[in-house]
Design a protein around this ligand. Structure first.
Ligand SMILES: [Zn+2]
Length: 81
């Protein structure tokens, strides 16, 4: 039995239960939309970007809003461009 690994797993459970410990700086995601479309969404220090045409005109879209809903309070207050 690997006791060191058991300790790490327990620590991971504690961290995962405390989302305020995490700060997302930047990431990119591909979202499978309807009609076989795939959208690229990026997040960089509070600013969203998406490659869809709606985002281009409004600065937000169903894809960026879906990510906000998915991550909930894991993100600092989002700023859309
Ligand atoms: Zn979009």
């Amino acid at each position: 039995m690997d006791y060191a690994l058991i300790g790490k797993i327990e620590k991971a459970k504690v961290y995962a239960a405390e989302p305020e410990r995490f700060t997302f700086d930047s990431f990119s995601v591909r979202l499978s939309g309807d009609n076989d479309s795939v959208h690229s969404i990026t997040y960089d220090h509070g600013a969203w970007q998406c490659d869809c045409s709606f985002f281009g005109t409004r600065g937000y879209c169903s894809h960026s809003m879906a990510m906000e809903r998915l991550l909930g309070n894991m993100l600092p207050e989002a700023v859309t461009q």
